[in-house]
Write a protein that binds this ligand. Structure first.
Ligand code: ADP
Length: 487
């Protein structure tokens, strides 16, 4: 690896590819409706690709409004007939069973997640799959304790939930949506993203294995039109959506004037703030984790960095040095830090923003690492310094490994700058002083604020945004609320 470093990082890593022999993928996947895999009404299929090669992994059914109709009917029937009548304790047992089966098949899920989505196997193994299982475990525990969660209130399920999820954490987003919905006694029609449907379909197989009553969870694959059919279906009681602010606004418009409940988890442009008393090496590692690992495909990615002026040069130098050591490579290689960009169109978006940043006059830096020549979609970790609040790369969500840096002098200045965004999903603060952490976390308009760490998740803590990052919370006790009527 080439390096401009002042210390020796000329490491050569031997390839360490994760074994793929144990995974089973079908050539074609149908829709999962009423406990069975069924062909789509119009007989249409689309391809899901491996973003590391651009090659096809499987054909996926394209669900139409007719298929959504069948799925909603199955969910309503299952709700009326079984799920709302089952004791809360028994509901919990099913959810525990799902959690345990995910744990048992964790390796298989991790490999498929990395194949279909492009994220490094290290991330899928250490984060996505264990956290998915943890979510099911956590909400299984709540199923028969709702009276304790909401004392002196009578809770009842909302009914049939329509859930639409994005491609950045495919199984984890499915778990975030399904676990609280099932624990509170709802049934579900779930739509995975069109570029990453495989782990949701594997989950459907696992639900069959868990003997979940037919129709309790239905999985309808497809693109935006399939999602819109779910949103507009009159017999859906609640919409849970994670995705772009643009589609979130469309959804809100579509359901205006209906009785549907809705939660929206949308985009972000998180500020990661380093104060001069921070432990700099730790902070640099946190910045790298916040924006480069996972290709920046995280809605809470720390994509804006604010560095106090007195330490700016040092932080930027250390950051550049660290960037030079990052390995962009095969998602299935255990050495890989940055995998493949999820799709060609996402790579085009990122490349467009890189050009925008250069055009705006910001100073551009990219690591000199080599990119795989496998035909997939790749992007080097990218840094823009000397950016300003008015730059588009500072204001707009890029959803790639692109960091925009600004410096600041005072506490008040950085708070104003950090809050000067349409979004409000997350933020990070790095400082040695607890008092500064409290002051910052009180004043930052972001749903989650990490202190001296970044991108850490736990099923017990609620997650969600302010402003154009959406509303409603997922995770924790708060995550039960959107799926319940409370009297
Ligand atoms: P991204 O830009 O991150 O791909 P999107 O908001 O486009 O995010 O997609 C998130 C999810 O929303 C995906 O499952 C996608 O298929 C779905 N989707 C896209 N358009 C619509 C729509 N008009 N109505 C409902 N769902 C949609």
């Amino acid at each position: 690896m080439k390096s401009k470093l002042n210390f020796n990082t000329n490491w050569e890593y031997a390839e360490a590819p994760e074994n793929r022999d144990h995974i089973q993928l079908n050539k074609q996947y149908d829709l999962f409706i009423n406990g069975q895999f069924v062909a789509p009404t119009k007989g249409k299929y689309f391809n899901t690709l491996n973003p590391a090669t651009g090659k096809k992994l499987a054909s996926i059914a394209e669900g139409t409004a007719e298929d959504v109709e069948k799925a909603v009917q199955a969910a309503r029937h299952a709700y009326d007939k079984y799920w709302s009548k089952l004791s809360a304790k028994d509901r919990g047992k099913y959810i525990y069973r799902i959690a345990r089966l995910i744990q048992e098949r964790a390796r298989e899920f991790a490999v498929i997640e990395s194949l279909d989505g492009g994220k490094p196997i290290r991330e899928s193994k250490a984060v996505d799959i264990p956290l998915s299982a943890a979510h099911f475990f956590y909400y299984a525990g709540w199923a028969d304790k709702l009276d304790y969660a909401f004392p002196n209130r009578r809770s009842s399920p909302v009914g049939v939930a329509g859930q639409i999820i994005p491609w950045n954490f495919p199984l984890l987003m499915a778990a975030w949506k399904l676990a609280p919905a099932l624990a509170t006694g709802n049934t579900v029609v779930l739509k995975p993203a069109e570029t990453t449907p495989l782990t949701a379909l594997k989950l459907a197989e696992l639900l069959q294995e868990a003997d979940l009553p037919p129709g309790v969870v239905n999985i309808v694959t497809g693109a935006g039109a399939t999602g819109a059919a779910i949103v507009n279906h009159p017999d859906i009681d609640k919409i849970a959506f994670t995705g772009s602010t643009e589609v979130g606004k469309l959804i809100q418009n579509s359901i205006a004037g209906t009785n549907k409940k809705v939660t929206l988890e949308l985009g972000g442009k998180a500020a990661n703030i380093i104060l001069e008393d921070a432990t700099i090496d730790q902070a640099v590692e946190g910045i790298v984790n916040g924006i480069y690992f996972n290709q920046g495909h995280v809605c809470c990615a720390g994509s804006r960095l604010f560095v106090q002026e007195s330490i700016e040069d040092l932080v930027i130098q250390k950051l550049k040095d660290r960037m030079e050591t990052l390995i962009v490579g095969d998602p299935l290689d255990k050495n890989t830090d940055i995998g493949a960009i999820n799709s060609k169109s996402q790579l085009e978006t990122i490349e467009k923003y890189i050009e925008v940043g250069k055009g705006e006059g910001a100073q551009f830096f990219q690591s000199s690492c080599s990119l795989p020549s496998t035909g997939g979609y790749w992007c080097r970790p990218t840094l823009f310094t000397q950016t300003s609040q008015s730059h588009r790369i500072v204001q707009e969500e890029i959803f790639g490994p692109v960091l925009a840096v600004q410096s600041f002098r005072t506490f008040e200045e950085v708070l104003t700058k950090a809050n000067n965004t349409f979004y409000g999903l997350s933020a990070g603060v790095w400082t040695d002083k607890g008092s500064k952490i409290f002051k910052m976390t009180n004043k930052l308009r972001a749903g989650v604020v990490w202190a001296n760490t970044y991108n850490k998740f736990d099923p017990t803590s609620p997650f969600g945004g302010y402003k154009e990052s959406g509303f409603g919370r997922e995770g924790g006790l708060h995550g039960l609320l959107p799926y319940l009527n409370l009297n």
